[in-house]
Write a protein of this length. Structure first.
Lengths: 142, 95
C-alpha cells in the first residue's frame, strides 16, 4: 500500500510504498517521516491545474526532455490533437485519460489510462517503439 | 433479427483513427459495405457497446481496450491498432 511521506528537512512530499532513501529535492538522507493527506495538502497548497492544451504539452515536453529512453513524437499535429483529447477527457471524464484507450468505469483501474501511461510495459511499445497512441517514441525511432 | 454489423470503434482525438478514415472510406467504396462507426470518447453508449465486447477486442489491442478497433459481428473477430491497412480490413471483413 502506498503512503504519504514528508521530508523533515525541506517538506518535500512523496507518495510511495516506502520512503525515498535520499530526498530528491534537498538531498537529505533517510529524512522522510510518515505523513497524511491533510498534512500533505497543507504543504502542497494549490498547484496550477494542467487544464489546457499548452500546459499539457509543456508537461509532456518536460517528461520527454528528462527521459533518456523516450521522447515526444516529432509529429506536431498529432501532439496537438492528442493534447486536445486529453483536455477534453479531463473535462468530460475527470482525468487526463489517453484519447486512444477507453475507460473501464472503474476509477482505480482507469488510473492506468492517465497520459502518459506506463507504456514501456505494453506490447505495442515493445513491438513498434511507440506508445499506443504514438505520442511517445523510443529515442532512436523517427 | 437485426443484421450483423461490421463495427469501427474510434476516438475523435485519436491520431491513428484520423489516419485510418480514408482507408475505411476506401474499404466501403471497394466493397459496397458500410461500417458502423462508433465514436467512444464522446458517446458513452458507444463506449458501453465496446466494453461489452471487451473479451473479443481487448486481446486484439494488446490486453486493454483501445482505438482504432474493428469488430465483426458475423465472426466475432476483432482487429485493433494503428497499423491496420486496407488488406487487413478486407481480410477481417471476410472472416
Amino acid at each position: 500500500m502506498k503512503e504519504l511521506w514528508r521530508c523533515h528537512v525541506c517538506n518535500d512530499v512523496h507518495l510511495g510504498s516506502k520512503a525515498p532513501g535520499v530526498c530528491p529535492t534537498c538531498g537529505a538522507r533517510n529524512a522522510f517521516v510518515l505523513s497524511d493527506l491533510d498534512e500533505a495538502l497543507e504543504i502542497i497548497g494549490k498547484q496550477p491545474a494542467l487544464d489546457d492544451q499548452a500546459k499539457v504539452m509543456a508537461a509532456w515536453k518536460r517528461f520527454s526532455d528528462q527521459s533518456a529512453t523516450v521522447r515526444l513524437t516529432s509529429k506536431a499535429d498529432e501532439v496537438e490533437l492528442l493534447s486536445k483529447g486529453v483536455v477534453e477527457n479531463l473535462k468530460g471524464k475527470g482525468q487526463r485519460y489517453c484519447p486512444c484507450r477507453i475507460t473501464t468505469g472503474d476509477p482505480g483501474k482507469d488510473l492506468a489510462l492517465i497520459c502518459p501511461c506506463n507504456f514501456l510495459k505494453q506490447p505495442a511499445y515493445k513491438e513498434t517503439g511507440e506508445c499506443w497512441c504514438g505520442l511517445f517514441v523510443k529515442r532512436d525511432e523517427k | 433479427m437485426s443484421e450483423k454489423r461490421l463495427i469501427w470503434f474510434h476516438g475523435r482525438e485519436c491520431p491513428h483513427c484520423r489516419k485510418l478514415e480514408p482507408v475505411v472510406d476506401q474499404f466501403e467504396s471497394e466493397t459496397g459495405t458500410k461500417l458502423e462507426r462508433l465514436e467512444v470518447w464522446h458517446n458513452e453508449a458507444n463506449a458501453q457497446v465496446m466494453r461489452s465486447l471487451a473479451d473479443a477486442i481487448a486481446p486484439a489491442c494488446g490486453g486493454d481496450l483501445g482505438v482504432p478497433a474493428f469488430y465483426n459481428e458475423n465472426t466475432g473477430k476483432a482487429i485493433c491498432g494503428g497499423r491496420i491497412d486496407l488488406a487487413m480490413l478486407l481480410s477481417w471483413a471476410k472472416g
